[in-house]
Ligand binder design. Structure first.
Ligand code: NAD
Length: 246
């Protein structure tokens, strides 16, 4: 049985979808402390209330727009004030849009990269500072199958940003290894969340015969956060029902 007992985590993008599913999964697996963050405060509190009603664990909610370094800095500082440490940073916050290459404005390109890549780097760096001082930790970043395939219905800024996440994760893993900071990626295929509503993807085209759920992704995020993954860093776990096998 996987357990996260004794560990303290910060989950971004926890207002819904994969982030909320992972946070709930961590709570079910006995995490000692859970901090949740998202730009959508109301939904964030719903996630926390649901987790508390199902597991009894009271999470701490921090509404924040993670695109800017200052926000990332103060968030990690706040979390450390509460917990005194940070063992797991799970980065699920992200944006994508449907459309063609002609739909991408400069503003949209920057918006996508600001949250999916730039904000991700700065929050990882803040967590890294804390983990370095405490002698180790674990960071998990959500990439996407689209990083390798180029995406299906989304505009090109999204798969490009997720390809950057794959590489950034490897850079951070190299930098963190000597400090016992493990950094890995999880790359989902098509998962039923708000982000993919209306994608109209046919489950029959998925070798495992169905669209994925947040819990499918949460399983991989639990494993990577657990001590069973103690020798895994710089890796990517594909959670895509067999859509692509690399
Ligand atoms: N759903 C899928 O099929 C799929 C596939 C591959 C990768 N992913 C990735 O998994 C992660 C979670 O996706 P999801 O499907 O749960 O999407 P989602 O839209 O349900 O959740 C993403 C969350 O990120 C939050 N967010 C967006 N911008 C933010 C900002 N600036 N600051 C703070 N929070 C912000 C949103 O409010 C939202 O709650 C994303 O990184 C996504 O790219 C999802």
């Amino acid at each position: 049985m996987f357990t996260l007992e004794g560990k303290f985590a910060l989950v971004t993008g926890a207002a819904g979808g994969i982030g909320a599913a992972c946070a709930a999964f961590y709570a079910r697996h006995k995490i000692s402390g859970l901090a949740l963050t998202d730009v959508r405060q109301e939904n964030l509190e719903k996630t926390a209330a649901e987790i508390e009603s199902k597991t009894g664990l009271k999470s701490f909610c921090f509404a924040a727009d993670l695109r800017r370094e200052e926000a990332d800095k103060s968030l990690v500082a706040e979390v450390c004030k509460k917990f005194g440490r940070l063992d797991i940073l799970l980065n699920c916050a992200g944006v994508s849009r449907r459309g063609s290459l002609y739909d991408v404005t400069e503003e949209q390109w920057d918006f996508t990269f600001d949250i999916n890549v730039k904000g991700l780097f700065f929050i990882c760096r803040e967590a890294y500072r804390v983990m370095e001082k405490q002698g180790g930790g674990c960071i998990i970043n959500l990439a996407s199958q689209a990083a390798r395939s180029g995406g299906i219905v989304v505009t090109p800024d999204y798969p490009s940003s997720k390809a950057a996440v794959l590489t950034l994760t490897k850079s951070l893993a190299k930098a963190g290894a000597a400090k016992q900071i493990r950094v890995n990626t999880v790359a989902p295929g098509l998962i039923a969340t708000e982000m993919t509503t209306g994608f109209g993807y046919d489950p029959k085209t998925v070798p495992l015969g169905r669209i994925g759920s947040g819990e499918d992704v949460a399983g991989a995020c639990l494993f990577l956060a657990s001590d069973y993954a103690a020798y895994i860093t710089g890796a990517c776990i594909d959670v895509n029902g067999g859509i692509a096998m690399v």
